[in-house]
Design a protein around this ligand. Sequence first.
Ligand code: F3S
Length: 759
Amino acid sequence: MHKKYKDHFLFSTRKIVNEIVQLKKKQEQYRALLGHPLTLTEKLLFSHSETNPEFPIKRGITEIALKPNRVILPDSSGQMVWLQFATMQLDSTKVPTTTHCDHLIEAVKNNENDLAIANEINNEVYNFLKNASQKYGADFWEAGSGIIHQVALERYVLPGSIILGTDSHTPNAGGLTALGVGIGGATAVEVMSGFPWKTVMPKILGVHLKGNMEVWTSPKDIILKIANQIGVSGANGYIIEYFGKGIESISATGRATICNMGTEIGATSSIFPYDSHTIQYLKATQRKRFSSSVNDYKDCLVPDIEIEKDPNHFFDKLISIDLNKLEPQINGPFSPDNGNNNSDFKIKVKQNNWPNEISAAFIGSCTNSSYEDLLRAASIAEKAKAFGLKTKCPLYISPGSANIKETADRDGIIKTFLDVGAIILANACGPCVGMWKRNESEKNTDNTIITSFNRNFAGRNDGSAKTHAFLMSPEMVIAKALSGKLDFNPKTDVLETHKSEKIELKPEPRQSIPKAGFILNDLGYIRATTKNSNLKIPTSERIKPFKAFEAWDGKDLENLYVLCKSQGKCTTDQISPAGEWLKYRGNLERISEHLFLGVSNTFSKKTGTGINQITGEIEPLSKIAKDYSDLKIPWVLVGEENLGEGSSREHAALEPRYRNCKAVIAISFARIFENNLKRHGLLALTFENPNDYKKVESNDRISILNLKSISPGQKIRLEIIRPDKTIEYFYAKHNMSVEQIMWFQKGGAINYLNSRIIN
Ligand code: F3S
């Protein structure tokens, strides 16, 4: 690595070390104030608190204000962050920030081809992101440099820090004892502008890992198992803290896999304590100085010893997993919590009639694209390669970063994959975020894909609800890809050559740090500088300057149309789809043309459609929203449980707001989606009585009353006005703080913050 870059990374290391010294003092102070030992989560949160919170601190209730250490932005959501940041009256970000070009690279053919196309078609967006980063002093990572969370883990994450990112898998940082939290774009703007990050003190879920993993079990199986046990909203409002003897067998990158997928069960963040694995990874990635400097302060980065002795007393919930008994997991299709044990999966494939032929297999995504992941999978491929076998279905590999790709290339891993017929894709998100250019006929028939990714909602990878996506470890992906069958069990089944030779597959022991070290050339890295201050925001199909929304007019919201009442799972992906529409993230008008494309509406059979109250016709919801907006008709969205789960996609809130939505009323919300709605000046309300969800009909109008007197914790009265003018009422709850009520009144958090900067 170039010396000036190295110095730059170490500069932040020194700063964090100084902070750790301060952390120790603060932790001692809080331990005394609270009068009990501290969990690791509490240590990290309290030591970043800007002001003393109100005592007693109640988990799940008390608001805390924190000073995070870093903000990370992917290219997709980063566009809107920089467009919003440009409306603030600031010369530079107040918190170190990085931009990563990883989401917009389409997987078409292979790394070289796809990267060249991405650089051509995204040229305007990449230039904007680079110019904005340079104007405001943020590091910039070009397309092909790697997936945001892998790059962050390799180069930026330091134990003890808090990292916020506008991607929901930012908790990946927990593998290195940092609290990573996914946030919406407007929250990022707030923090980048120097304001504290305000959040509710989370509850803490302790996960006690016992025993050791058997040969086919991997870190991925731990989180897949937990997902199956507690479901996609089971950790809503929690930070997950791992402890116990079992963690000793899991490397830093393996831990990052587990923390990464805590997002799939709703966790705010996940964290592992600091130990020899953390030190080993820091040393291997040029952060040796950090680990030696904090040696005397290690107790700041682990829970107090009393916690492990009596976990029930200190955690709000406790899960225990015996790794000796854990077998490989296969979760799917259609939801990351649809868990299956490897041992009875064969029967389940048959019983459920899941397509047994695998149409494509993938190893990659921020969850499982580390050196360790690739090496383990390659060790299985080696066995098949020795007999001249190749995979029976297309196998795509996306290394997590250019550094991993170069290291894997040097160590022969990439060659092994190529020899068994794999295609190496760009070091990017690719098919994980739906950027997979797939043959139409392939995706329009029932088919199975297997991936090491973290999400498998219908349509996530190729936009098709017919694609059954199953999540599993990289080891299981390659074994099944070599057989071509979903129900292949590598622990009991064998591959056969054309000479009828039987080949047993088995992975080599895990190795997270390359014997010859990592190659850390940081290809595509452009250091933060404020020298290039010439930022011109283009107005084009891809990018359009952000215009702040209008403030609330002070009147009750009356006669709102019901645009859609979603039924069942309604993710941010379904509200604002990625895939081919991802490219319009910088232009609200263009991207809103695809609003609600994947949403299942109670009032219409076909996904993404509803009844247009103006024409009386069944039409796409995106068109109805535009019609209402053009006619200045305000409307509401109604939803069920955990509305807006999945990605941290701010556009799922921005697009409805842009199209004149005034409120979203649900049985419950996913954390980030709810916050995004509030930040953009929408009312996020929950039915006081969940049964009231059933009362709302398509041609009703809804009025939200007494808004002038709205205050924290106060119920809100809503009226349903039926077509015959009869009125029914119900109550809804909100969880806005005084400041968040100001966001609503000002028309959005950006307006509120700007007024604070100017005044
Ligand atoms: Fe990218 Fe998929 Fe992770 S979209 S950031 S690789 S979850």
